[in-house]
Design a protein around this ligand. Structure first.
Ligand SMILES: [Zn+2]
Ligand SMILES: [Zn+2]
Length: 358
């Protein structure tokens, strides 16, 4: 089929080299996507670090799962997706026929796959294979370009589910967002647009200043504080010091999870979207008695099901949400290693998107 450029990793924390590899072949249910914009995500960085082995995640040679592209070709059995369509591909690839897919919860699909785990389906390449294209290619409406699609491809759509769907935010509520990385920034914008009063919490004043631009009503710098102390700070700026209706842990370390939980008012909801890192390895101990006596709810939130894209894309198309605003840098495929190194020190501030595949 010819050759293409792809970013190839040889192992944990290896250099990412641009190599010539074969353009992926597609099966009868698949589509071949010409990648136009492709994000470099904190979860790519986790995989590159060898994190998440505790729940069976592995590093693959070509990562990339935040994708805006154009359908180049489709397999013989694909019905609704056509060449020339502009699409995004959720990282939670789904089968379309298991009980969860049938209920519209494709993010919990029994046969779930992530793009980079399939040969030829990593997004850090000129082309990628989208399996089961009728389910997993989501056409972009007018007003949502490929850049916006890559920008919302993981962190933004994840934040949408954490705040709007699992978080069930209502206008007039108070929401605290712990951790202002990619998911947290999007969560601030989304909660604000949906009518909540938003408190953003992070250890970096530069990120907190950006949160104010994105709609945060108040910010808390939790540098040097325990989770419990950060929660007290947040509660002190809520009505009657009684806490927030919804807290989102957008990072997944002990301090942000405890901080988010303990900042809740009685009956409040924690939307847990951050996954843990090496320090926690999947486990944070929780104040069980407080969960009982305060009737706190803890809701996990994973990606965004294919069924959850319509409303999100409509908000973007109408200009109510603007994921592209969170793009801080456009880079080349050959910049991937440098960006991963920057992420070691949390130096990236916003979404870094590959738009030049050389
Ligand atoms: Zn991601
Ligand atoms: Zn399924």
């Amino acid at each position: 089929m010819g050759m293409m450029n792809a970013s190839v990793l040889s192992g944990v924390r290896s250099l990412a080299r641009v190599e010539q590899v074969e353009i992926p072949e597609i099966g009868a249910e698949d589509a071949l996507i010409k990648v136009v914009a492709s994000g470099i995500c904190r979860s790519d960085w986790h995989l590159w670090n060898g994190d998440w082995a505790w729940f069976d995640q592995k590093l693959f040679p070509t990562l990339g799962h935040e994708i805006g592209g154009i359908v180049e070709a489709v397999g013989a059995n694909v019905k609704n997706i056509k060449p020339g369509m502009r699409v995004t591909i959720p990282f939670n690839l789904a089968c379309g026929s298991c009980p969860y897919c049938r209920k519209g919860r494709q993010n919990l699909c029994d046969n779930q796959m992530v793009p980079h785990s399939l040969p030829g389906s990593g997004g850090w390449a000129e082309y990628m294979r989208a399996p089961n294209a009728d389910m997993n290619c989501i056409p972009l409406p007018e007003g949502v370009d490929e850049m916006a699609a890559a920008a919302l491809g993981c962190r933004f759509m994840t934040a949408w589910r954490a705040v709007q769907s699992q978080g069930a935010v209502r206008g007039g509520e108070t929401v605290a967002i712990f951790g202002c990385g990619g998911v947290g920034q999007a969560a601030v914008e989304i909660a604000s647009v949906l009518g909540a009063r938003v408190i953003a919490v992070d250890v970096d004043d530069r990120k907190l200043a950006k949160m104010k631009e994105l709609g945060a009503d108040a910010v808390v710098n939790s540098g040097g504080m325990s989770g419990e102390e950060a929660a007290q700070k947040v509660k002190a700026i809520t009505d009657g010091n009684c806490g927030v209706d919804l807290a989102v842990d957008a990072l997944g370390i002990r301090n942000t999870m405890i901080g988010a939980l303990m900042s809740l008012r009685k009956g409040g909801r924690l939307s847990q979207v951050g996954l843990t890192s090496q320090a926690e390895q999947g486990k944070v101990s929780l104040p069980t008695d407080l969960i009982v006596v305060n009737e706190w709810e803890i809701r996990g939130s994973l990606g965004n099901p294919q069924s959850g894209y319509h409303d999100l894309l409509a908000m973007v198309a109408r200009g109510k949400l603007n994921p592209t605003r969170l793009v801080s840098e456009e880079v080349k495929l050959s910049d991937v290693s440098r960006v991963l190194d920057d992420m070691d020190n949390f130096r990236t501030n916003g979404y870094v998107i590959i738009t030049d595949f050389t």
